[in-house]
Design a protein around this ligand. Structure first.
Ligand code: 9MR
Length: 339
Protein backbone atom coordinates (compact mmCIF):
# COMPACT_ATOMS: atom_id res chain seq x y z
CA UNK A 1 0.00 0.00 0.00
CA UNK A 2 2.70 2.43 1.06
CA UNK A 3 4.63 1.58 -2.06
CA UNK A 4 1.64 2.38 -4.25
CA UNK A 5 1.17 5.73 -2.55
CA UNK A 6 4.87 6.45 -2.98
CA UNK A 7 4.77 5.49 -6.65
CA UNK A 8 1.65 7.59 -7.19
CA UNK A 9 3.15 10.66 -5.61
CA UNK A 10 6.39 10.11 -7.49
CA UNK A 11 4.50 9.99 -10.77
CA UNK A 12 2.58 13.15 -9.83
CA UNK A 13 5.91 14.80 -9.15
CA UNK A 14 7.37 13.67 -12.44
CA UNK A 15 4.27 14.79 -14.34
CA UNK A 16 4.25 18.09 -12.55
CA UNK A 17 7.82 18.69 -13.57
CA UNK A 18 6.82 18.28 -17.19
CA UNK A 19 4.61 21.31 -17.04
CA UNK A 20 6.04 24.66 -17.99
CA UNK A 21 4.13 26.39 -15.18
CA UNK A 22 5.93 24.18 -12.65
CA UNK A 23 9.36 24.99 -14.04
CA UNK A 24 9.05 28.67 -13.16
CA UNK A 25 8.46 30.71 -10.03
CA UNK A 26 6.23 33.36 -11.63
CA UNK A 27 2.71 33.29 -13.10
CA UNK A 28 2.20 31.76 -16.52
CA UNK A 29 -0.79 33.17 -18.33
CA UNK A 30 -2.79 32.92 -21.51
CA UNK A 31 -5.40 35.12 -23.05
CA UNK A 32 -8.59 33.26 -23.85
CA UNK A 33 -11.72 33.37 -25.90
CA UNK A 34 -14.97 32.44 -24.10
CA UNK A 35 -16.46 30.65 -27.13
CA UNK A 36 -13.48 28.31 -27.38
CA UNK A 37 -13.50 27.81 -23.61
CA UNK A 38 -17.07 26.57 -23.71
CA UNK A 39 -17.05 24.69 -27.04
CA UNK A 40 -13.60 23.15 -27.26
CA UNK A 41 -12.63 20.59 -24.67
CA UNK A 42 -8.96 20.42 -25.62
CA UNK A 43 -8.69 24.20 -25.42
CA UNK A 44 -10.41 24.29 -22.05
CA UNK A 45 -8.20 21.49 -20.76
CA UNK A 46 -5.01 23.32 -21.63
CA UNK A 47 -6.31 26.62 -20.31
CA UNK A 48 -7.18 24.85 -17.11
CA UNK A 49 -4.02 22.75 -16.56
CA UNK A 50 -1.21 24.75 -18.04
CA UNK A 51 -1.74 28.29 -16.80
CA UNK A 52 -1.93 30.16 -13.52
CA UNK A 53 -3.16 33.46 -14.90
CA UNK A 54 -5.91 34.31 -17.41
CA UNK A 55 -6.53 37.39 -19.53
CA UNK A 56 -9.62 37.99 -21.68
CA UNK A 57 -8.30 38.40 -25.22
CA UNK A 58 -11.18 40.70 -26.17
CA UNK A 59 -14.10 40.45 -23.77
CA UNK A 60 -13.24 43.18 -21.28
CA UNK A 61 -12.61 45.80 -23.98
CA UNK A 62 -14.82 48.85 -24.41
CA UNK A 63 -16.54 47.66 -27.57
CA UNK A 64 -17.66 44.44 -25.91
CA UNK A 65 -18.49 45.49 -22.36
CA UNK A 66 -20.00 48.89 -23.10
CA UNK A 67 -22.11 48.50 -26.28
CA UNK A 68 -24.37 51.51 -25.60
CA UNK A 69 -24.02 54.65 -23.49
CA UNK A 70 -26.45 53.36 -20.89
CA UNK A 71 -25.66 49.65 -21.16
CA UNK A 72 -22.82 47.41 -20.01
CA UNK A 73 -22.58 43.74 -20.96
CA UNK A 74 -20.33 41.71 -18.72
CA UNK A 75 -21.72 38.31 -19.69
CA UNK A 76 -18.70 37.01 -21.63
CA UNK A 77 -16.12 38.59 -19.35
CA UNK A 78 -17.94 37.01 -16.42
CA UNK A 79 -17.72 33.58 -18.08
CA UNK A 80 -13.97 33.96 -18.26
CA UNK A 81 -13.80 35.12 -14.66
CA UNK A 82 -15.95 32.17 -13.54
CA UNK A 83 -13.66 29.74 -15.36
CA UNK A 84 -10.53 31.33 -13.92
CA UNK A 85 -11.91 31.46 -10.38
CA UNK A 86 -13.14 27.87 -10.51
CA UNK A 87 -9.67 26.74 -11.53
CA UNK A 88 -7.87 28.97 -9.04
CA UNK A 89 -6.16 31.36 -11.43
CA UNK A 90 -5.24 34.98 -11.21
CA UNK A 91 -7.28 37.18 -13.55
CA UNK A 92 -5.59 39.98 -15.44
CA UNK A 93 -7.85 42.70 -16.87
CA UNK A 94 -7.36 43.90 -20.44
CA UNK A 95 -7.95 46.75 -21.26
CA UNK A 96 -9.74 49.89 -20.04
CA UNK A 97 -8.53 52.67 -22.34
CA UNK A 98 -7.45 51.99 -25.91
CA UNK A 99 -7.78 53.71 -29.28
CA UNK A 100 -9.02 50.45 -30.83
CA UNK A 101 -12.17 48.36 -30.33
CA UNK A 102 -14.14 51.42 -29.25
CA UNK A 103 -17.95 51.19 -29.66
CA UNK A 104 -19.57 53.31 -32.34
CA UNK A 105 -21.54 55.39 -29.84
CA UNK A 106 -18.28 56.60 -28.28
CA UNK A 107 -16.90 57.51 -31.71
CA UNK A 108 -20.08 59.51 -32.34
CA UNK A 109 -20.08 61.16 -28.92
CA UNK A 110 -20.06 64.97 -28.82
CA UNK A 111 -19.25 66.99 -25.75
CA UNK A 112 -16.81 69.31 -24.02
CA UNK A 113 -13.79 68.15 -22.01
CA UNK A 114 -15.86 67.64 -18.88
CA UNK A 115 -18.37 65.46 -20.75
CA UNK A 116 -15.57 63.30 -22.18
CA UNK A 117 -13.99 62.96 -18.76
CA UNK A 118 -17.31 61.93 -17.26
CA UNK A 119 -17.76 59.33 -20.01
CA UNK A 120 -14.32 57.79 -19.54
CA UNK A 121 -14.46 57.91 -15.74
CA UNK A 122 -17.87 56.24 -15.77
CA UNK A 123 -16.58 53.54 -18.12
CA UNK A 124 -13.44 52.81 -16.11
CA UNK A 125 -15.13 52.87 -12.73
CA UNK A 126 -18.07 50.70 -13.80
CA UNK A 127 -15.79 48.03 -15.30
CA UNK A 128 -13.22 48.08 -12.50
CA UNK A 129 -16.02 48.22 -9.92
CA UNK A 130 -17.75 45.21 -11.50
CA UNK A 131 -14.56 43.15 -11.29
CA UNK A 132 -13.29 44.58 -8.01
CA UNK A 133 -11.76 41.87 -5.85
CA UNK A 134 -11.70 39.44 -8.79
CA UNK A 135 -9.31 41.04 -11.26
CA UNK A 136 -5.83 41.35 -9.75
CA UNK A 137 -4.39 43.84 -12.21
CA UNK A 138 -5.50 46.00 -15.13
CA UNK A 139 -3.97 47.17 -18.36
CA UNK A 140 -5.46 50.57 -17.63
CA UNK A 141 -4.06 52.30 -20.68
CA UNK A 142 -2.99 50.50 -23.82
CA UNK A 143 -0.75 51.65 -26.70
CA UNK A 144 -0.73 55.43 -26.20
CA UNK A 145 2.52 56.07 -28.05
CA UNK A 146 3.52 55.85 -31.68
CA UNK A 147 6.83 54.24 -32.61
CA UNK A 148 8.49 57.68 -32.78
CA UNK A 149 7.60 58.29 -29.13
CA UNK A 150 4.89 60.87 -29.78
CA UNK A 151 1.47 60.61 -28.18
CA UNK A 152 -0.93 58.79 -30.48
CA UNK A 153 -3.96 60.78 -31.51
CA UNK A 154 -7.13 59.03 -30.30
CA UNK A 155 -10.57 59.81 -28.92
CA UNK A 156 -8.97 59.97 -25.48
CA UNK A 157 -5.81 61.90 -26.29
CA UNK A 158 -7.78 64.36 -28.42
CA UNK A 159 -10.48 65.15 -25.85
CA UNK A 160 -8.90 64.65 -22.42
CA UNK A 161 -5.59 66.33 -21.57
CA UNK A 162 -3.44 64.10 -19.32
CA UNK A 163 -5.82 61.17 -19.92
CA UNK A 164 -3.29 58.53 -18.90
CA UNK A 165 -2.84 59.95 -15.39
CA UNK A 166 -6.57 60.58 -15.00
CA UNK A 167 -7.43 57.03 -16.10
CA UNK A 168 -5.01 55.58 -13.55
CA UNK A 169 -6.48 57.72 -10.77
CA UNK A 170 -10.04 56.72 -11.68
CA UNK A 171 -9.12 53.03 -11.81
CA UNK A 172 -7.34 53.29 -8.47
CA UNK A 173 -10.37 54.92 -6.88
CA UNK A 174 -12.56 52.04 -8.10
CA UNK A 175 -10.21 49.31 -6.84
CA UNK A 176 -7.34 50.47 -4.63
CA UNK A 177 -5.94 46.91 -4.48
CA UNK A 178 -5.55 46.35 -8.21
CA UNK A 179 -2.10 46.47 -9.83
CA UNK A 180 -2.30 49.14 -12.52
CA UNK A 181 -0.33 48.82 -15.76
CA UNK A 182 0.60 50.85 -18.78
CA UNK A 183 0.75 48.32 -21.65
CA UNK A 184 2.35 48.67 -25.10
CA UNK A 185 4.12 46.82 -27.93
CA UNK A 186 7.25 47.19 -30.03
CA UNK A 187 9.53 48.85 -27.48
CA UNK A 188 12.37 46.74 -28.89
CA UNK A 189 13.46 48.30 -32.16
CA UNK A 190 11.77 51.60 -31.25
CA UNK A 191 13.97 53.25 -28.61
CA UNK A 192 12.01 56.51 -28.77
CA UNK A 193 8.82 54.67 -27.88
CA UNK A 194 10.61 52.96 -25.00
CA UNK A 195 11.93 56.29 -23.80
CA UNK A 196 8.48 57.85 -23.99
CA UNK A 197 7.16 55.08 -21.73
CA UNK A 198 10.02 55.53 -19.27
CA UNK A 199 9.42 59.29 -19.23
CA UNK A 200 5.72 58.68 -18.66
CA UNK A 201 6.43 56.38 -15.72
CA UNK A 202 8.91 58.83 -14.17
CA UNK A 203 6.43 61.67 -14.57
CA UNK A 204 3.55 59.67 -13.07
CA UNK A 205 5.69 58.60 -10.13
CA UNK A 206 6.85 62.16 -9.46
CA UNK A 207 3.19 63.22 -9.29
CA UNK A 208 2.21 60.26 -7.06
CA UNK A 209 -0.15 58.93 -9.70
CA UNK A 210 -0.81 55.22 -9.06
CA UNK A 211 1.21 53.30 -11.66
CA UNK A 212 2.36 49.87 -10.57
CA UNK A 213 3.47 48.01 -13.66
CA UNK A 214 4.71 48.05 -17.23
CA UNK A 215 3.15 45.64 -19.71
CA UNK A 216 5.53 44.65 -22.50
CA UNK A 217 3.31 42.89 -25.02
CA UNK A 218 6.21 41.03 -26.67
CA UNK A 219 4.63 40.31 -30.03
CA UNK A 220 8.06 39.43 -31.35
CA UNK A 221 9.45 37.27 -34.13
CA UNK A 222 12.47 35.10 -34.84
CA UNK A 223 14.30 38.10 -36.32
CA UNK A 224 13.78 40.32 -33.26
CA UNK A 225 17.09 41.55 -31.87
CA UNK A 226 17.95 40.04 -28.52
CA UNK A 227 20.11 42.97 -27.46
CA UNK A 228 17.15 45.29 -27.99
CA UNK A 229 14.78 43.04 -26.10
CA UNK A 230 17.27 42.76 -23.27
CA UNK A 231 17.62 46.52 -23.05
CA UNK A 232 13.84 46.96 -22.90
CA UNK A 233 13.59 44.44 -20.07
CA UNK A 234 16.47 45.96 -18.10
CA UNK A 235 15.13 49.49 -18.45
CA UNK A 236 11.61 48.44 -17.52
CA UNK A 237 12.87 46.60 -14.46
CA UNK A 238 14.96 49.61 -13.42
CA UNK A 239 11.76 51.59 -12.88
CA UNK A 240 11.10 49.34 -9.88
CA UNK A 241 7.60 48.60 -11.20
CA UNK A 242 6.11 45.17 -11.83
CA UNK A 243 6.87 43.84 -15.32
CA UNK A 244 4.42 41.73 -17.33
CA UNK A 245 5.20 40.14 -20.67
CA UNK A 246 1.55 40.56 -21.41
CA UNK A 247 0.78 39.24 -24.93
CA UNK A 248 3.62 36.97 -25.91
CA UNK A 249 3.97 35.26 -29.25
CA UNK A 250 7.04 34.53 -31.38
CA UNK A 251 6.20 34.69 -35.07
CA UNK A 252 8.22 32.41 -37.35
CA UNK A 253 6.98 33.76 -40.69
CA UNK A 254 6.83 37.50 -40.08
CA UNK A 255 6.83 38.37 -43.79
CA UNK A 256 3.82 36.09 -44.35
CA UNK A 257 5.54 34.03 -47.04
CA UNK A 258 2.81 31.76 -48.48
CA UNK A 259 5.40 29.05 -49.24
CA UNK A 260 6.68 29.00 -45.68
CA UNK A 261 7.35 25.59 -44.12
CA UNK A 262 7.52 25.30 -40.35
CA UNK A 263 10.47 22.95 -40.35
CA UNK A 264 12.89 21.89 -37.63
CA UNK A 265 15.12 24.87 -38.24
CA UNK A 266 12.28 27.37 -37.81
CA UNK A 267 11.01 25.54 -34.77
CA UNK A 268 14.51 25.52 -33.21
CA UNK A 269 15.02 29.24 -33.84
CA UNK A 270 11.67 29.94 -32.20
CA UNK A 271 12.51 27.74 -29.25
CA UNK A 272 15.80 29.58 -28.71
CA UNK A 273 13.96 32.89 -28.62
CA UNK A 274 11.41 31.52 -26.18
CA UNK A 275 14.23 30.30 -23.95
CA UNK A 276 15.89 33.68 -24.13
CA UNK A 277 12.64 35.41 -23.25
CA UNK A 278 11.96 33.27 -20.21
CA UNK A 279 15.56 33.46 -18.96
CA UNK A 280 15.53 37.24 -19.40
CA UNK A 281 12.30 37.45 -17.44
CA UNK A 282 13.97 35.56 -14.61
CA UNK A 283 16.63 38.26 -14.46
CA UNK A 284 14.00 40.73 -13.24
CA UNK A 285 13.97 41.03 -9.43
CA UNK A 286 11.54 38.41 -8.16
CA UNK A 287 9.10 40.83 -6.52
CA UNK A 288 8.67 42.67 -9.85
CA UNK A 289 7.90 39.49 -11.84
CA UNK A 290 4.17 39.81 -12.56
CA UNK A 291 4.33 37.00 -15.11
CA UNK A 292 4.45 35.91 -18.73
CA UNK A 293 1.16 35.71 -20.64
CA UNK A 294 0.77 34.08 -24.06
CA UNK A 295 -1.59 35.66 -26.55
CA UNK A 296 -4.02 32.73 -26.77
CA UNK A 297 -3.28 29.02 -26.64
CA UNK A 298 -2.64 27.18 -29.91
CA UNK A 299 -1.25 28.31 -33.26
CA UNK A 300 -4.74 27.93 -34.66
CA UNK A 301 -6.21 30.43 -32.16
CA UNK A 302 -3.58 33.12 -32.66
CA UNK A 303 -4.65 36.60 -33.78
CA UNK A 304 -1.80 36.43 -36.31
CA UNK A 305 -3.74 33.83 -38.28
CA UNK A 306 -7.23 35.19 -37.74
CA UNK A 307 -7.05 38.95 -37.39
CA UNK A 308 -3.80 39.41 -39.29
CA UNK A 309 -4.63 36.80 -41.95
CA UNK A 310 -1.29 35.00 -41.85
CA UNK A 311 -2.31 31.35 -42.31
CA UNK A 312 1.28 30.07 -42.34
CA UNK A 313 2.12 31.32 -38.87
CA UNK A 314 2.98 29.15 -35.86
CA UNK A 315 3.69 31.54 -32.99
CA UNK A 316 2.65 29.64 -29.85
CA UNK A 317 3.63 26.53 -27.88
CA UNK A 318 0.64 24.32 -28.79
CA UNK A 319 -0.07 23.15 -32.34
CA UNK A 320 -3.34 22.96 -34.32
CA UNK A 321 -4.26 19.73 -32.53
CA UNK A 322 -3.56 21.20 -29.11
CA UNK A 323 -0.45 19.06 -28.73
CA UNK A 324 2.65 20.45 -27.07
CA UNK A 325 5.20 21.50 -29.64
CA UNK A 326 8.89 20.54 -29.26
CA UNK A 327 9.54 24.14 -28.22
CA UNK A 328 7.28 23.63 -25.18
CA UNK A 329 9.18 20.56 -24.04
CA UNK A 330 12.62 22.02 -24.67
CA UNK A 331 11.75 25.27 -22.96
CA UNK A 332 10.39 23.43 -19.92
CA UNK A 333 13.47 21.23 -19.77
CA UNK A 334 15.82 24.17 -20.00
CA UNK A 335 14.06 26.00 -17.15
CA UNK A 336 13.50 23.02 -14.90
CA UNK A 337 16.70 21.75 -13.40
CA UNK A 338 14.90 18.66 -12.01
CA UNK A 339 13.40 17.60 -15.32
O1 9MR B 1 -6.07 39.36 -30.29
C1 9MR B 1 -7.00 40.40 -30.45
C2 9MR B 1 -7.84 40.16 -31.68
O2 9MR B 1 -8.68 39.04 -31.49
C3 9MR B 1 -8.67 41.40 -31.99
O3 9MR B 1 -9.38 41.21 -33.19
C4 9MR B 1 -7.74 42.61 -32.09
C5 9MR B 1 -8.50 43.88 -32.41
O4 9MR B 1 -7.61 44.93 -32.59
O5 9MR B 1 -7.06 42.78 -30.85
C6 9MR B 1 -6.22 41.70 -30.57
O6 9MR B 1 -5.51 41.91 -29.36
C7 9MR B 1 -4.63 43.02 -29.31
C8 9MR B 1 -4.55 43.46 -27.87
O7 9MR B 1 -5.82 43.70 -27.35
C9 9MR B 1 -3.68 44.69 -27.72
N1 9MR B 1 -2.38 44.47 -28.31
C10 9MR B 1 -2.35 43.96 -29.65
C11 9MR B 1 -3.19 42.69 -29.72
C12 9MR B 1 -3.08 42.04 -31.07
O8 9MR B 1 -3.63 42.88 -32.06
Amino acid sequence: MKLIVLLLSLSTLVNAQNLLKDAIAFRLGASVNPRLLSENEAYRGIASNEFTSITAENHMKMMLVHPAADRFDFSKGDEIVAFASATGKRIHGHTLVWHNQVPQWMKDFKGDQKAWEDLLKHHIQTVVGHYRGKVAGWDVVNESFLDDGSLRSSLWADHIPDYIAKSLLWAHEADPNATLFYNDYGQDGHPKKMQAILNLVADLKSRQIPIHGIGLQMHINVDSKRTQIEEVITKSAQTGLAVHFSEVDVAVNPKNNPEFVYDEKASAAQMELYKFLFKSFQSIPMKQQYGITFWNISDKDSWLRGYFKRPKEYPLLFDENYAKKPAYTELTKSLNKLY
